[in-house]
Ligand binder design. Sequence first.
Ligand code: CUA
Length: 348
Amino acid sequence: MRRHPIIQMVAIGAIASAIGIALALWINWFPADAAKQDHPIDTLYDVLLIVSIPIFVLVLTVILYSVWTFRMRPGQENEDGPPIHGNTRLEVFWTAIPAILLVSLCSYAYAVLNDIEKKHDHELVVKVHAIQFAWTFEYPQAGGRSVVSPQLYLPKDKPVRFDIDSADVIHDFWVPAFRVKIDAVPGITTRLRVTPTKLGAFPVVCAELCGLGHAVMRSTAHVMTPAAFGRWLAQKQAPAAGGGGAGGGARQLTQQQLVALGRATFTGDGGCGACHTLAEAGTTGTTGPDLGRVLRGQSENAIRTDIVDPNARITPGYSANIMPPTFGQTLSAQQLDGLVAYLATVSK
Ligand code: CUA
């Protein structure tokens, strides 16, 4: 067994590496790929795995072999090992190889980054505003006036540039299906480029621990056909353009329709139910208070203030600044009226 330890180790290492690489490539590490940026990033990840696994196996094989072969035997307790004065050739070798490897992998990673961050003509600019604990998406080019939305809507196959900022602490804008992510830092604007290539809805998450509501700082990215996106943008612009007070110029709804709209807004994707328990809506969030309990007997005006100015009064046992103060801007006037009507109805 001691006669050809090097050959044995190389054989064990080669087999272990092959198994490791096969396993690593077989595992599906990533969510759906929904952007042009995904493929180069996934390939980079696979290359890094393929290179790292043999190194991991090499180091581990040498350690395990040495621990076993050169272990102390009875009677050797007071013996010292042979004195070693170094081995220049070995040292040059184990410095040069990792250096070459690191420089090559870094160059490759840099080339990929350069490629996926390439600027495009006619980019769609979306401003991403982070605040504890919500995302707001602003479309500044929409006919001169901004459209603001709590969810992200994007046209398929159109290069997008996100301009990201934060109103309070450091957050991190991440759509896993687009792979790339970047910090939202107070005081500066960070940038990210993505070209969505797949229709569907993909989670938007905050990837930087930013406080008590970090886990619920989520939204959804909807990738739509350019025509559907155009319709969405036009529809979002229309009620605001009508101006005016409650109702915002949109079609007048009956009380029953308002309550239905309010319930849909409450229970919908990223709606109030993500953080609040409300028996009637069947939601069980615990980040904020149970609304069936705290809103009992409240007037419509009080409920409206609770939604648009959540820090005005805080339920005992809960902290200020957990609920985003942005709902007055991100909800349409009709959605807000609907929510108030719905919550007033269920908390009577
Ligand atoms: Cu914002 Cu975590």
